[in-house]
Design a protein around this ligand. Structure first.
Ligand code: GAL
Length: 397
């Protein structure tokens, strides 16, 4: 798989016309001024689940700096579920004192002292998915507490919500966060069940568009109770088709956190996973152990040329522009009129993929510079199309 940018060299005016055509006006009623490009950070869930502690989170913040992740743009260190144990007599949320003996304010201060930002997790129901206290009925109290602790990012889940209305629940927490006066990125996590792309742009900065990712190339598998489904990376990708129009600066589709480096895919598959999340303008929330990354994984997560595609200021989500069986082309328009393109081969054998310029919104007569962002190499000026042989991934099928 290759990630390429096609830059306009000739026919500048045509390219400009395309830019104008695609620039969306962003008239949102609510805007906290945050996440103008997809948020970048790390979250504890994919690797550690409930096994969170102050020492682990601090060492992860250290790892984010020493590994070069911070330098590559990662900012938020987010503690997912299970940091909280109960409520006190006044209804205040109580963190696990054994696992977080110094308290959340001290942890936030530590994270901030590294030049990073502090994220936390709660739930719109009576309990979180890990059966810890949720925020229902305590929204303003919890938001105030988070602000006192220096929280910069809240992931807000959807377990144990009964018949609660999603728009109401998420708007209530949005208003509570706003009332604190502290800028806090609001990450909606209701798994795409209520089609949040239709209503959440005025409520949150990002919204999950699917169920949880699993660390597999593809594995659409029913859960034991017959409900649907354990989702591999490509299953999640398929569920993004058609959602691109709903994303933009400050409000992003979230196909769930990265599994890069967690062991269930090959290096080539993780490269594909990262390329695709970048072209989707997805939040880049790493989920691996930052203290012990192999050089290959570090190279993927810190590839600044690929990250620049994700963070492009135009804020367009890329889309699938061509599919023939196992072969696909994904394309994302960038602010300078270039296109980032992913050639994806999902099949068992290597295959040639051709991208005629019209497929990515360029006239056939354009001559464009092509660059391979993984090889960090200019491939030369091409007319009318680009073709490449794309390897299959060894572990599939
Ligand atoms: C799920 C959520 C996961 C994780 C987990 C914690 O609902 O999708 O990303 O936060 O809850 O219990």
């Amino acid at each position: 798989m290759k990630t390429l940018t096609y830059s306009r060299i000739t026919l500048l005016s045509l390219g400009c016309a395309l830019v104008i055509l695609f620039s969306a006006s962003d008239a949102r009623a609510w805007d906290n001024g945050l996440a103008l490009t997809p948020p970048m950070g790390w979250n504890s869930w994919n690797k550690f689940a409930c096994n969170v502690s102050e020492d682990m989170i601090k060492s992860m913040a250290d790892g984010m700096v020493s590994s070069g992740m911070k330098d590559a743009g990662y900012q938020y260190v987010v503690i997912d579920d299970c940091w909280q144990v109960s409520r006190d007599a006044d209804g205040n949320i109580v963190p696990d004192a054994q696992r977080f003996p110094s308290g959340m304010k001290a942890l936030g201060d530590y994270i901030h002292s590294k030049g990073l930002k502090f994220g936390i997790y709660s739930d719109a129901g009576w309990g979180t998915c890990g059966k810890r206290p949720g925020s229902m009925g305590h929204e303003y109290q919890d938001a105030l507490m988070y602000a006192r602790w220096g929280v910069d990012y809240l992931k807000y889940d959807w377990c144990n919500t009964g018949k609660r209305n999603e728009e109401e629940a998420y708007s209530t927490m949005r208003d509570a966060l706003k009332a604190t006066g502290r800028p806090i990125v609001f990450s909606i996590c209701e798994w795409g069940d209520g089609k949040p792309w239709l209503w959440a742009a005025d409520i949150g900065n990002l919204w999950r568009s699917t169920g949880d990712i699993s660390d597999h190339w593809t594995s659409m598998k029913k859960w034991p109770d017959g409900s649907c489904c354990e989702l591999g990376m490509l299953d999640i990708l398929d569920l993004q088709v058609g959602l691109d129009a709903f994303a933009g600066p400050g409000h992003w589709n979230d196909p769930d956190m990265l599994e890069v480096g967690n062991g269930g895919m090959t290096t080539a598959e993780y490269r594909a996973h990262f390329s695709l999340w970048c072209i989707l303008a997805a939040p880049l929330i790493a989920g691996n152990d930052l203290r012990s990354m192999t050089p290959e994984i570090k190279e993927i997560l810190t590839n600044k040329e690929v990250i620049a595609i994700n963070q492009d200021a135009l804020g367009r989500e890329g889309s699938r522009v061509w599919k023939d069986g196992d072969r696909e082309v994904w394309s994302k328009q960038l602010k300078d009129g270039s296109r980032a393109v992913v050639l994806l081969n999902r099949g068992a054998t290597a295959s040639e993929i051709t991208v005629p310029w019209e497929t990515i919104g360029y006239p056939a007569s354009v001559s464009a510079n092509v660059r391979d962002l993984w090889a960090h190499k200019d491939l030369g000026k091409m007319s009318g199309k680009f073709s490449a042989k794309v390897e299959s991934t060894p572990s599939w099928p």
